[in-house]
Write a protein that binds this ligand. Structure first.
Ligand code: EPZ
Length: 427
Protein backbone atom coordinates (compact mmCIF):
# COMPACT_ATOMS: atom_id res chain seq x y z
CA UNK A 1 0.00 0.00 0.00
CA UNK A 2 1.25 3.50 -0.76
CA UNK A 3 2.13 5.96 1.98
CA UNK A 4 3.37 9.54 2.32
CA UNK A 5 6.80 10.04 3.87
CA UNK A 6 7.03 13.60 5.24
CA UNK A 7 9.99 15.40 6.78
CA UNK A 8 8.29 18.24 8.66
CA UNK A 9 9.23 21.58 10.16
CA UNK A 10 9.48 23.39 6.79
CA UNK A 11 7.27 26.50 6.34
CA UNK A 12 5.22 26.28 3.11
CA UNK A 13 6.07 29.09 0.71
CA UNK A 14 4.94 29.91 -2.83
CA UNK A 15 1.79 29.64 -4.96
CA UNK A 16 -0.72 26.81 -5.43
CA UNK A 17 -3.72 26.55 -7.79
CA UNK A 18 -6.93 24.93 -6.59
CA UNK A 19 -8.69 22.20 -8.58
CA UNK A 20 -12.40 21.75 -9.27
CA UNK A 21 -14.69 21.05 -6.31
CA UNK A 22 -15.04 17.33 -5.53
CA UNK A 23 -18.48 17.69 -3.92
CA UNK A 24 -19.82 19.72 -6.82
CA UNK A 25 -18.23 17.54 -9.50
CA UNK A 26 -19.57 14.20 -8.22
CA UNK A 27 -23.09 15.66 -8.31
CA UNK A 28 -22.72 17.33 -11.72
CA UNK A 29 -21.15 14.26 -13.36
CA UNK A 30 -24.16 12.23 -12.14
CA UNK A 31 -26.51 15.02 -13.32
CA UNK A 32 -25.44 14.48 -16.96
CA UNK A 33 -27.86 11.52 -16.82
CA UNK A 34 -30.71 14.07 -16.89
CA UNK A 35 -29.46 15.65 -20.12
CA UNK A 36 -31.09 14.93 -23.52
CA UNK A 37 -27.81 15.72 -25.31
CA UNK A 38 -24.05 15.26 -24.70
CA UNK A 39 -22.37 17.55 -22.12
CA UNK A 40 -18.74 18.65 -21.71
CA UNK A 41 -17.57 19.24 -18.12
CA UNK A 42 -14.46 21.35 -17.47
CA UNK A 43 -12.32 21.87 -14.34
CA UNK A 44 -13.23 18.36 -13.17
CA UNK A 45 -10.74 17.32 -10.46
CA UNK A 46 -8.63 14.25 -11.31
CA UNK A 47 -9.53 12.23 -8.18
CA UNK A 48 -10.70 8.72 -7.47
CA UNK A 49 -14.33 9.54 -6.62
CA UNK A 50 -14.76 11.22 -10.02
CA UNK A 51 -13.18 8.25 -11.79
CA UNK A 52 -15.70 5.95 -10.07
CA UNK A 53 -18.61 8.23 -11.06
CA UNK A 54 -17.49 8.20 -14.70
CA UNK A 55 -17.01 4.41 -14.67
CA UNK A 56 -20.54 3.96 -13.32
CA UNK A 57 -21.94 6.08 -16.17
CA UNK A 58 -19.91 4.02 -18.67
CA UNK A 59 -21.04 0.69 -17.19
CA UNK A 60 -24.66 1.84 -17.52
CA UNK A 61 -24.19 2.59 -21.22
CA UNK A 62 -23.20 6.26 -21.45
CA UNK A 63 -20.45 7.11 -23.92
CA UNK A 64 -17.49 8.86 -22.30
CA UNK A 65 -14.66 10.84 -23.88
CA UNK A 66 -11.80 11.95 -21.64
CA UNK A 67 -10.74 15.14 -23.45
CA UNK A 68 -7.93 15.90 -20.98
CA UNK A 69 -7.22 15.13 -17.31
CA UNK A 70 -9.75 17.78 -16.18
CA UNK A 71 -12.26 17.73 -19.07
CA UNK A 72 -14.76 14.98 -19.89
CA UNK A 73 -17.55 14.62 -22.45
CA UNK A 74 -20.56 12.55 -21.39
CA UNK A 75 -23.28 11.39 -23.81
CA UNK A 76 -25.94 9.81 -21.58
CA UNK A 77 -28.29 8.84 -24.42
CA UNK A 78 -26.90 5.29 -24.46
CA UNK A 79 -28.01 4.58 -20.89
CA UNK A 80 -30.82 2.04 -21.12
CA UNK A 81 -30.59 0.05 -17.88
CA UNK A 82 -30.68 2.32 -14.79
CA UNK A 83 -28.97 -0.19 -12.49
CA UNK A 84 -25.77 0.99 -10.77
CA UNK A 85 -23.02 -1.69 -10.37
CA UNK A 86 -22.87 -2.81 -6.73
CA UNK A 87 -19.12 -2.90 -6.05
CA UNK A 88 -18.52 0.49 -7.69
CA UNK A 89 -21.28 2.36 -5.89
CA UNK A 90 -21.14 0.99 -2.35
CA UNK A 91 -17.73 2.57 -1.74
CA UNK A 92 -18.73 6.21 -1.71
CA UNK A 93 -21.44 8.59 -0.61
CA UNK A 94 -21.88 10.34 -3.94
CA UNK A 95 -23.45 7.20 -5.41
CA UNK A 96 -26.65 8.45 -3.79
CA UNK A 97 -26.84 11.04 -6.59
CA UNK A 98 -27.61 8.23 -9.05
CA UNK A 99 -30.86 7.72 -7.13
CA UNK A 100 -32.09 11.23 -7.88
CA UNK A 101 -30.83 11.45 -11.46
CA UNK A 102 -31.98 8.00 -12.62
CA UNK A 103 -35.36 8.58 -10.96
CA UNK A 104 -35.60 12.02 -12.56
CA UNK A 105 -34.98 10.64 -16.05
CA UNK A 106 -36.27 7.04 -16.01
CA UNK A 107 -38.77 7.15 -13.12
CA UNK A 108 -36.90 4.19 -11.69
CA UNK A 109 -33.50 3.49 -10.09
CA UNK A 110 -31.63 0.60 -8.48
CA UNK A 111 -28.62 1.89 -6.56
CA UNK A 112 -26.58 0.24 -3.77
CA UNK A 113 -26.85 1.90 -0.37
CA UNK A 114 -24.18 4.64 -0.44
CA UNK A 115 -20.90 4.23 1.47
CA UNK A 116 -18.42 7.02 2.06
CA UNK A 117 -16.25 8.26 4.92
CA UNK A 118 -17.10 6.64 8.26
CA UNK A 119 -18.22 9.74 10.13
CA UNK A 120 -20.92 8.08 12.16
CA UNK A 121 -24.52 7.48 11.20
CA UNK A 122 -25.22 8.59 7.60
CA UNK A 123 -28.83 7.60 6.76
CA UNK A 124 -30.68 8.67 3.58
CA UNK A 125 -34.14 8.98 5.12
CA UNK A 126 -34.51 12.59 3.96
CA UNK A 127 -33.57 11.66 0.38
CA UNK A 128 -36.25 8.92 0.43
CA UNK A 129 -38.77 11.33 2.01
CA UNK A 130 -38.27 13.75 -0.93
CA UNK A 131 -38.61 10.95 -3.50
CA UNK A 132 -41.79 9.66 -1.82
CA UNK A 133 -43.35 13.14 -1.76
CA UNK A 134 -42.68 13.50 -5.51
CA UNK A 135 -44.47 10.20 -6.19
CA UNK A 136 -41.87 7.43 -6.01
CA UNK A 137 -42.11 4.29 -3.92
CA UNK A 138 -38.94 2.79 -2.48
CA UNK A 139 -37.70 -0.56 -1.22
CA UNK A 140 -34.34 -1.74 0.10
CA UNK A 141 -33.33 -5.31 -0.60
CA UNK A 142 -29.88 -6.91 -0.55
CA UNK A 143 -28.23 -3.54 0.09
CA UNK A 144 -29.85 -2.01 -2.99
CA UNK A 145 -32.24 0.94 -2.89
CA UNK A 146 -34.96 0.61 -5.55
CA UNK A 147 -37.21 3.49 -6.62
CA UNK A 148 -40.27 3.25 -8.86
CA UNK A 149 -42.65 6.04 -9.95
CA UNK A 150 -45.52 6.06 -12.43
CA UNK A 151 -45.24 9.83 -12.53
CA UNK A 152 -43.24 12.51 -10.71
CA UNK A 153 -45.44 15.43 -9.63
CA UNK A 154 -44.12 18.74 -8.27
CA UNK A 155 -44.79 19.07 -4.53
CA UNK A 156 -43.86 20.81 -1.27
CA UNK A 157 -40.80 19.24 0.41
CA UNK A 158 -39.81 20.29 3.94
CA UNK A 159 -36.55 18.69 5.16
CA UNK A 160 -36.48 17.70 8.84
CA UNK A 161 -32.79 18.64 8.91
CA UNK A 162 -30.45 20.48 6.56
CA UNK A 163 -28.92 17.91 4.19
CA UNK A 164 -26.61 18.70 1.27
CA UNK A 165 -27.15 15.38 -0.50
CA UNK A 166 -30.86 15.37 0.21
CA UNK A 167 -31.28 18.87 -1.22
CA UNK A 168 -29.34 18.00 -4.38
CA UNK A 169 -31.21 14.73 -4.86
CA UNK A 170 -34.58 16.47 -4.46
CA UNK A 171 -33.55 18.92 -7.21
CA UNK A 172 -32.54 16.00 -9.47
CA UNK A 173 -35.87 14.23 -8.98
CA UNK A 174 -37.92 17.44 -9.44
CA UNK A 175 -36.18 19.04 -12.42
CA UNK A 176 -38.27 17.08 -15.01
CA UNK A 177 -41.32 16.44 -12.79
CA UNK A 178 -44.79 17.79 -13.70
CA UNK A 179 -45.32 21.20 -12.11
CA UNK A 180 -43.81 23.21 -9.27
CA UNK A 181 -41.69 21.77 -6.44
CA UNK A 182 -40.80 23.91 -3.40
CA UNK A 183 -37.96 22.67 -1.17
CA UNK A 184 -37.88 24.26 2.28
CA UNK A 185 -35.09 24.01 4.87
CA UNK A 186 -32.73 23.43 1.93
CA UNK A 187 -28.94 23.30 2.30
CA UNK A 188 -27.05 26.37 1.00
CA UNK A 189 -23.56 24.98 0.27
CA UNK A 190 -21.71 26.32 -2.83
CA UNK A 191 -22.11 22.98 -4.63
CA UNK A 192 -25.89 23.36 -4.53
CA UNK A 193 -25.64 26.64 -6.42
CA UNK A 194 -23.20 25.01 -8.88
CA UNK A 195 -25.61 22.10 -9.52
CA UNK A 196 -28.50 24.54 -10.08
CA UNK A 197 -26.40 26.71 -12.41
CA UNK A 198 -25.42 23.63 -14.43
CA UNK A 199 -29.02 22.44 -14.80
CA UNK A 200 -30.35 25.95 -15.52
CA UNK A 201 -27.73 26.36 -18.28
CA UNK A 202 -29.30 23.24 -19.85
CA UNK A 203 -32.80 24.77 -19.71
CA UNK A 204 -34.00 23.82 -16.23
CA UNK A 205 -36.05 26.28 -14.17
CA UNK A 206 -34.55 26.38 -10.66
CA UNK A 207 -34.83 29.47 -8.46
CA UNK A 208 -33.39 30.16 -5.00
CA UNK A 209 -30.41 27.77 -4.88
CA UNK A 210 -28.11 29.03 -2.12
CA UNK A 211 -31.06 30.02 0.03
CA UNK A 212 -33.18 27.77 2.27
CA UNK A 213 -36.13 27.83 -0.17
CA UNK A 214 -35.59 26.42 -3.66
CA UNK A 215 -38.34 26.45 -6.33
CA UNK A 216 -38.18 24.10 -9.32
CA UNK A 217 -40.59 24.14 -12.26
CA UNK A 218 -40.34 20.87 -14.17
CA UNK A 219 -39.22 21.00 -17.81
CA UNK A 220 -39.40 18.39 -20.55
CA UNK A 221 -36.02 18.83 -22.23
CA UNK A 222 -32.47 19.57 -21.07
CA UNK A 223 -29.98 20.50 -23.78
CA UNK A 224 -26.29 19.63 -23.79
CA UNK A 225 -23.85 22.31 -22.52
CA UNK A 226 -20.20 22.90 -21.74
CA UNK A 227 -19.87 23.74 -18.04
CA UNK A 228 -16.95 24.52 -15.69
CA UNK A 229 -17.02 23.22 -12.10
CA UNK A 230 -16.42 25.73 -9.27
CA UNK A 231 -13.06 25.62 -7.43
CA UNK A 232 -12.96 23.38 -4.36
CA UNK A 233 -13.52 25.43 -1.19
CA UNK A 234 -12.37 22.57 1.04
CA UNK A 235 -9.18 21.95 -0.92
CA UNK A 236 -8.54 25.72 -0.77
CA UNK A 237 -9.25 25.77 2.97
CA UNK A 238 -6.91 22.83 3.49
CA UNK A 239 -4.00 24.72 1.88
CA UNK A 240 -4.91 27.89 3.82
CA UNK A 241 -4.67 25.94 7.08
CA UNK A 242 -1.47 24.15 5.99
CA UNK A 243 0.14 27.53 5.28
CA UNK A 244 -0.81 28.91 8.70
CA UNK A 245 0.05 25.68 10.54
CA UNK A 246 3.60 25.64 9.13
CA UNK A 247 4.10 29.41 9.69
CA UNK A 248 4.37 29.80 5.95
CA UNK A 249 3.49 32.33 3.27
CA UNK A 250 1.26 30.97 0.49
CA UNK A 251 -0.84 32.46 -2.34
CA UNK A 252 -3.79 30.14 -3.02
CA UNK A 253 -4.99 30.83 -6.59
CA UNK A 254 -8.17 30.07 -8.56
CA UNK A 255 -10.57 30.38 -5.63
CA UNK A 256 -13.86 32.17 -4.84
CA UNK A 257 -13.04 34.03 -1.57
CA UNK A 258 -16.73 34.36 -0.71
CA UNK A 259 -16.90 30.56 -0.34
CA UNK A 260 -14.04 30.70 2.18
CA UNK A 261 -15.29 33.46 4.51
CA UNK A 262 -15.83 31.27 7.60
CA UNK A 263 -12.35 29.74 7.22
CA UNK A 264 -10.76 33.16 6.69
CA UNK A 265 -12.53 34.49 9.80
CA UNK A 266 -11.26 31.66 12.02
CA UNK A 267 -7.69 31.84 10.66
CA UNK A 268 -7.59 35.58 11.45
CA UNK A 269 -8.89 34.85 14.98
CA UNK A 270 -6.04 32.32 15.38
CA UNK A 271 -3.55 35.05 14.48
CA UNK A 272 -2.80 34.32 10.82
CA UNK A 273 -2.91 37.15 8.29
CA UNK A 274 -5.32 36.48 5.39
CA UNK A 275 -5.63 38.83 2.41
CA UNK A 276 -8.43 38.38 -0.14
CA UNK A 277 -8.08 39.15 -3.86
CA UNK A 278 -10.63 38.66 -6.70
CA UNK A 279 -9.68 35.03 -7.35
CA UNK A 280 -6.95 34.34 -4.82
CA UNK A 281 -6.25 34.40 -1.12
CA UNK A 282 -2.90 35.05 0.60
CA UNK A 283 -2.20 33.36 3.95
CA UNK A 284 0.83 34.26 6.06
CA UNK A 285 1.66 33.37 9.67
CA UNK A 286 4.70 33.73 11.90
CA UNK A 287 5.12 32.97 15.61
CA UNK A 288 2.77 30.81 17.61
CA UNK A 289 -0.93 30.82 16.68
CA UNK A 290 -3.59 31.45 19.30
CA UNK A 291 -6.30 29.18 20.71
CA UNK A 292 -9.59 29.34 18.81
CA UNK A 293 -12.96 27.68 19.43
CA UNK A 294 -14.75 26.01 16.49
CA UNK A 295 -18.37 24.92 16.14
CA UNK A 296 -19.10 23.41 12.72
CA UNK A 297 -22.36 24.50 11.12
CA UNK A 298 -24.15 24.19 7.79
CA UNK A 299 -23.11 26.77 5.19
CA UNK A 300 -22.29 29.63 5.61
CA UNK A 301 -21.05 28.46 9.02
CA UNK A 302 -17.66 26.80 9.57
CA UNK A 303 -17.65 23.64 7.42
CA UNK A 304 -17.39 20.20 9.05
CA UNK A 305 -15.06 19.20 6.20
CA UNK A 306 -12.49 21.66 7.57
CA UNK A 307 -12.74 20.53 11.21
CA UNK A 308 -9.95 17.88 11.24
CA UNK A 309 -7.47 20.16 9.45
CA UNK A 310 -8.19 23.14 11.72
CA UNK A 311 -8.02 21.01 14.89
CA UNK A 312 -4.59 19.77 13.80
CA UNK A 313 -3.38 23.33 13.34
CA UNK A 314 -4.67 24.22 16.84
CA UNK A 315 -2.69 21.36 18.41
CA UNK A 316 0.39 23.65 18.66
CA UNK A 317 -1.50 26.93 19.26
CA UNK A 318 -1.08 28.88 22.50
CA UNK A 319 -3.79 27.92 25.00
CA UNK A 320 -6.81 25.62 25.05
CA UNK A 321 -9.21 25.35 22.07
CA UNK A 322 -12.66 23.72 22.10
CA UNK A 323 -13.86 22.09 18.86
CA UNK A 324 -17.43 20.85 18.40
CA UNK A 325 -18.73 19.08 15.29
CA UNK A 326 -22.49 19.60 15.09
CA UNK A 327 -22.90 17.86 11.74
CA UNK A 328 -21.58 14.30 12.16
CA UNK A 329 -21.69 12.01 15.18
CA UNK A 330 -18.16 10.61 14.86
CA UNK A 331 -15.79 12.94 13.07
CA UNK A 332 -12.92 12.71 15.58
CA UNK A 333 -11.51 9.29 14.63
CA UNK A 334 -8.27 11.05 13.61
CA UNK A 335 -7.63 12.28 17.18
CA UNK A 336 -5.94 9.05 18.29
CA UNK A 337 -3.57 9.34 15.32
CA UNK A 338 -2.87 13.00 16.14
CA UNK A 339 -1.91 11.96 19.68
CA UNK A 340 0.86 9.80 18.13
CA UNK A 341 2.36 13.08 16.87
CA UNK A 342 2.26 14.46 20.43
CA UNK A 343 -1.03 16.39 20.38
CA UNK A 344 -2.74 16.85 23.76
CA UNK A 345 -6.44 16.30 23.00
CA UNK A 346 -9.16 15.06 25.33
CA UNK A 347 -12.59 13.95 24.14
CA UNK A 348 -15.37 15.68 26.09
CA UNK A 349 -18.07 13.84 24.11
CA UNK A 350 -18.49 12.18 20.70
CA UNK A 351 -18.94 15.65 19.20
CA UNK A 352 -16.55 17.83 21.26
CA UNK A 353 -12.78 17.73 21.91
CA UNK A 354 -10.55 19.93 24.07
CA UNK A 355 -7.18 20.75 22.46
CA UNK A 356 -4.40 21.95 24.78
CA UNK A 357 -1.70 23.46 22.58
CA UNK A 358 1.77 21.87 22.88
CA UNK A 359 4.97 23.65 21.80
CA UNK A 360 5.55 21.29 18.88
CA UNK A 361 4.61 17.96 17.32
CA UNK A 362 7.10 15.18 16.57
CA UNK A 363 7.06 12.74 13.67
CA UNK A 364 5.49 9.27 13.90
CA UNK A 365 3.71 6.67 11.74
CA UNK A 366 -0.01 7.47 11.52
CA UNK A 367 -2.98 6.09 9.56
CA UNK A 368 -5.57 8.07 7.60
CA UNK A 369 -9.08 7.04 8.73
CA UNK A 370 -11.02 9.04 6.12
CA UNK A 371 -10.53 11.75 3.50
CA UNK A 372 -10.32 14.91 5.61
CA UNK A 373 -8.67 13.09 8.55
CA UNK A 374 -5.97 12.02 6.09
CA UNK A 375 -5.46 15.61 4.95
CA UNK A 376 -5.26 16.67 8.60
CA UNK A 377 -2.55 14.08 9.31
CA UNK A 378 -0.54 15.32 6.32
CA UNK A 379 -0.72 18.80 7.85
CA UNK A 380 0.37 17.26 11.17
CA UNK A 381 3.37 15.70 9.42
CA UNK A 382 4.25 19.03 7.80
CA UNK A 383 4.13 20.67 11.25
CA UNK A 384 6.02 17.95 13.11
CA UNK A 385 9.78 17.85 13.68
CA UNK A 386 11.30 14.73 12.17
CA UNK A 387 9.73 12.13 9.88
CA UNK A 388 6.06 11.21 9.64
CA UNK A 389 4.65 8.31 7.62
CA UNK A 390 0.97 8.64 6.69
CA UNK A 391 -0.55 5.26 5.82
CA UNK A 392 -3.77 4.44 3.90
CA UNK A 393 -3.38 7.49 1.67
CA UNK A 394 -6.02 6.06 -0.69
CA UNK A 395 -8.50 7.91 1.52
CA UNK A 396 -6.77 11.20 0.69
CA UNK A 397 -6.55 10.49 -3.05
CA UNK A 398 -10.37 10.28 -3.16
CA UNK A 399 -10.62 14.06 -2.81
CA UNK A 400 -7.29 15.84 -3.34
CA UNK A 401 -5.78 16.13 -6.83
CA UNK A 402 -1.98 15.64 -6.74
CA UNK A 403 -1.67 16.72 -3.10
CA UNK A 404 1.99 15.62 -2.85
CA UNK A 405 2.99 17.45 -6.07
CA UNK A 406 1.21 20.61 -4.92
CA UNK A 407 2.84 20.48 -1.47
CA UNK A 408 6.30 19.82 -2.96
CA UNK A 409 5.82 22.90 -5.15
CA UNK A 410 5.37 24.81 -1.88
CA UNK A 411 8.66 23.48 -0.51
CA UNK A 412 7.38 20.53 1.49
CA UNK A 413 9.56 17.41 1.79
CA UNK A 414 6.85 14.82 1.02
CA UNK A 415 7.32 11.62 -0.94
CA UNK A 416 5.02 8.80 -2.00
CA UNK A 417 6.50 5.46 -0.99
CA UNK A 418 5.24 1.89 -0.88
CA UNK A 419 5.42 -0.58 2.02
CA UNK A 420 8.96 -1.75 1.19
CA UNK A 421 10.41 1.73 0.58
CA UNK A 422 8.92 3.31 3.71
CA UNK A 423 10.59 0.73 5.95
CA UNK A 424 13.94 1.44 4.34
CA UNK A 425 13.51 5.23 4.08
CA UNK A 426 12.14 5.97 7.53
CA UNK A 427 15.25 4.88 9.45
C1 EPZ B 1 -21.95 15.98 1.87
O1 EPZ B 1 -22.29 14.76 2.51
C2 EPZ B 1 -20.48 15.89 1.55
N1 EPZ B 1 -20.22 14.75 0.68
C3 EPZ B 1 -19.66 15.74 2.84
O2 EPZ B 1 -18.29 15.83 2.49
C4 EPZ B 1 -19.98 16.90 3.78
O3 EPZ B 1 -19.30 16.70 5.01
C5 EPZ B 1 -21.48 16.97 4.02
O4 EPZ B 1 -22.18 17.09 2.75
C6 EPZ B 1 -21.87 18.17 4.88
O5 EPZ B 1 -21.45 19.34 4.27
C7 EPZ B 1 -20.48 14.87 -0.64
O6 EPZ B 1 -20.92 15.92 -1.11
C8 EPZ B 1 -20.17 13.67 -1.49
P1 EPZ B 1 -25.53 15.75 4.62
P2 EPZ B 1 -23.85 14.40 2.77
O7 EPZ B 1 -26.62 15.00 3.96
O8 EPZ B 1 -24.67 14.93 1.64
C9 EPZ B 1 -27.60 13.63 8.34
C10 EPZ B 1 -16.05 15.22 2.37
O9 EPZ B 1 -15.17 15.14 3.24
N2 EPZ B 1 -28.56 13.11 7.37
O10 EPZ B 1 -25.53 17.24 4.57
O11 EPZ B 1 -23.94 12.97 3.08
C11 EPZ B 1 -26.21 13.04 8.16
O12 EPZ B 1 -26.10 11.80 8.83
C12 EPZ B 1 -17.43 14.69 2.65
O13 EPZ B 1 -15.90 15.76 1.24
C13 EPZ B 1 -29.68 12.41 7.82
O14 EPZ B 1 -29.86 12.20 9.01
O15 EPZ B 1 -24.12 15.25 4.09
C14 EPZ B 1 -25.32 14.10 8.76
O16 EPZ B 1 -25.26 13.93 10.16
C15 EPZ B 1 -17.53 14.06 4.04
N3 EPZ B 1 -30.56 11.92 6.90
C16 EPZ B 1 -26.05 15.41 8.43
O17 EPZ B 1 -27.41 15.03 8.13
C17 EPZ B 1 -30.41 12.12 5.54
O18 EPZ B 1 -31.26 11.66 4.75
C18 EPZ B 1 -25.49 16.15 7.24
O19 EPZ B 1 -25.45 15.25 6.15
C19 EPZ B 1 -29.27 12.84 5.10
C20 EPZ B 1 -28.37 13.33 6.03
Amino acid sequence: MEKFLIRGGIPLRGEVTISGAKNAAVAIVAATILSDEPCVLENVPEIRDINVCIKILYEMGASIKIIDKNTVRVDPRGISDPVVPYELARAFRASSYFLGTLLGRFHRADVPMPGGCDLGDRPIDQHLKAFNILGASHSIDGGVVSLRAEQLVGSQIYFDLVTVGGTINAIFAAVKADGLTVIENAAKEPQIVDVANFLNSMGADIMGAGTDVIKIRGVKYLKGVTYGIIPDPIEAGTYMVAAAATKGDVLIKGVIPKHLESITDKLRKAGASVEEFDEAIHVHAEGRLMKTNIKTQVHPGFPTDMQPQFSTMLSTAEGVSVVTDNIFTNRFRYVNELRRLGANITSESSTTVIIEGVPELSGATVKATDLRAGAALVIGGLMANGTTVVEDIFHIERGYENIDDKLRSLGADIRRVNDYDSGRMAV
